[in-house]
Design a protein around this ligand. Sequence first.
Ligand code: PMP
Length: 459
Amino acid sequence: MTTTDAAAVAALKQDNAQYLWHPMAHPQAMLKSKPDIIARGQGCWIWDVDGHKMLDGVGGLWAANLGHSNKPVRDAIVAQLDELPFYNVFRGTTHPRAIELSARLVKTMEPDGVAAVFFSNGGSDAVEGALKLARQYWKLKGQADRFKFIALRQGYHGVHFGGMSVNGNLNFRRAYEPLLPGCFHVDTPWLYRNPYTQDPEELGEICATQLEREIQFQGPDTVAAFIAEPIQGAGGVIVPPPNYWPRVREICDKYGVLLIADEVVTGFGRGGAMFGTRLWNVKADLWCLAKGISSGYVPLGATAIGNKVAEVFLNDASGQAAVGHGYTYSAHPVAAAAALATLDQIEALDVPGNAARVGAHFQARVRPFVDKFSFVGDVRGMGLMLGIEMVADKATRTTLPRGNPIAAKVAQAAYQRGLMVRISGPNLILSPPLVITREEVDFMVDALEGAFADVEATL
Ligand code: PMP
């Protein structure tokens, strides 16, 4: 579509407002606000239907890690469509791409202690699979009372009933209560906002101890698992202190609680290591994977199963270890083909290494925004994930009230300067493709700095 198709563009905008209910949006909002209709992508760049070119600071939605036009992934998808567009992997059948991808993923994650994978269609599915396998694990071990989950207050684990029940954000739960029984929350080690300390090490210890006290309070023999993101994404890109995850692992081991790492965002390189847990030198028991697994080209989710959990299923003598869970499209051949090609590209292009190197430059350039702009309270992140928290009052760290126009103004100013960003509450979140170059990062930061300056000038 080109800018000359003005009538077609107008019709698209009208139909979007009238017929399409968007995730996480008020149906009325689309009637009032102008949505960006993204029509085309090339590398790290996107064009909307009006022909406006932008650097994709959102990476699709933390997903298009290889950019928007990776040819080997595209070719693998097309070849798979020609060979076998669909078959299922329910008991009795399977197909080559599913098998190849499972072997490839397990080999990739062997150092992490992974034994097998279970496929699904996205991040929420991957979380649901992990929660269900955790409960089944304890039933198989004869400890059916271990059904509770503990999670973090700023965590995001998708939108299914299980994931929503362990989510930390009220906005994603409130309209759908009552939730899954047996889900409890402890404080996130969030240096910028916590009532305890400004010392990272001390905070890591305090928050880990909170988890231990919650396990004790619930009764260790009732807790199935603790679930958390290695770096919290949607909650505002909250990077835990380095001692936090190792202490969490120790505590989970002490009480026999399973550790579920939700790597939907951090998996496949975003934080500068292939997996977020590797950033903290920790092995989980179950991992939730999606997004970057197929670079977002085709929906795919996976729950990776650690040795300890797998053994219990494989050694089961009770006959209760059948996995009563799964989807028509689990290990969809086209998604599996996309993922295999994506994994090849991640290795060939050293995607995690690029995220670490270019990401360090990115973080260093944006961090000074805290001193430059009156409404920037905190800049935090790791690798190619970065959050800028905007505040109403910097001295008191008073959060921007809901509906405050500043965040939307920054996003609009960034758009004008050719940069797509994402606003989540008071946070501006950046998660560009992981193949981004240093020059493109400089473009992104210059556009962002200009956008903040534009808004600052209006205050
Ligand atoms: N877990 C995490 C950590 C996520 O960030 C997300 C989505 N952003 C999900 C789960 C849910 O994934 P999906 O939207 O693919 O269902």
